[in-house]
Design a protein. Structure first.
Length: 245
């Protein structure tokens, strides 16, 4: 199964200085690998594999605002805090890549120039000790852009069966809007809202929840998949406020 998502931070966080064109860059450490371009900073956590930090500066000066990913405590103790690989086993057990990396997980820097940075992470698994699902991710960011491209492929290990495989995004934004072919859905400040549908959205955006309500995300799905879409919203949830699976 493969999927491509273009994720934008349309507002992110406002700064008062003028716009600029900073070069793209990649920053690495033992714990993180981060892609940035002044407008956007996207971080992959190597120890708890997931995209756990996404920040923006609308002016492009690299003065990034709050993280739009959830800052809540995972009720299942799986360390989920952003965009993460999940599976639901036949025994209804939830597994998540954020628990720990597999020994085979590695990343490659595919492009590292001032105009573009691109990395791939291969060998992301739902459970490092007993994996059912493996996934490869590619992240790409262009100079001057306020969004990055996220490509993912997922496959089962031989002999393994699961009820569900999810690429889940847990956000701190309060409202969620979705555009489907049959129509549009909006929910704001909802309590325990969940929508499961076989209709694949071509756009999902979320708003609110940051300093003065400036947090915002916008997701486009240029390559439709046959997957089931689950939209979540819960203004009272201590784990996350909105999300898509």
């Amino acid at each position: 199964v493969a999927m491509i998502v273009v994720l934008w931070l349309l507002c992110g966080y406002f700064c008062v200085s003028g716009a600029s064109q900073q070069p793209c860059q990649i920053t690495t450490s033992d714990e993180y690998i981060t892609l940035s371009n002044g407008y956007l900073s996207v971080r992959f956590n190597l120890l708890n594999p997931q995209i756990d930090n996404l920040q923006a500066d609308f002016t492009g000066n690299g003065k990034y605002g709050p993280n739009v990913m959830t800052g809540g405590v995972d009720p299942l103790s799986l360390s989920r805090s952003g965009l993460v690989l999940e599976s639901i086993t036949s025994g209804e057990q939830t597994k998540a890549s954020s628990q720990a990396p597999s020994s085979d997980m590695k990343y490659d820097i595919l492009v590292n120039t001032q105009s573009q940075v691109k990395i791939s992470i291969i060998g992301i698994v739902d459970d490092a000790s007993n994996p059912y699902v493996t996934s490869n991710w590619t992240l790409s960011l262009l100079q001057g852009e306020r969004g990055f491209t996220f490509e993912v492929s997922v496959s089962l290990f031989p002999g393994k069966q699961v009820n569900e495989v999810r690429i889940s995004t847990y956000l701190g934004t309060l409202s969620i809007y979705s555009q489907f072919l049959p129509g549009v859905l909006q929910t704001m400040n909802s309590n325990d809202f969940n929508l499961t549908t076989s209709d694949v959205p071509h756009r999902v955006y979320t708003l609110g929840g940051g300093i003065a309500g400036y947090l915002s995300t916008d997701m486009f799905f240029p390559v439709p998949s046959s997957s089931i879409t689950i939209l979540n919203a819960d203004a009272t949830n201590k784990f996350y406020r909105s999300g898509i699976q």
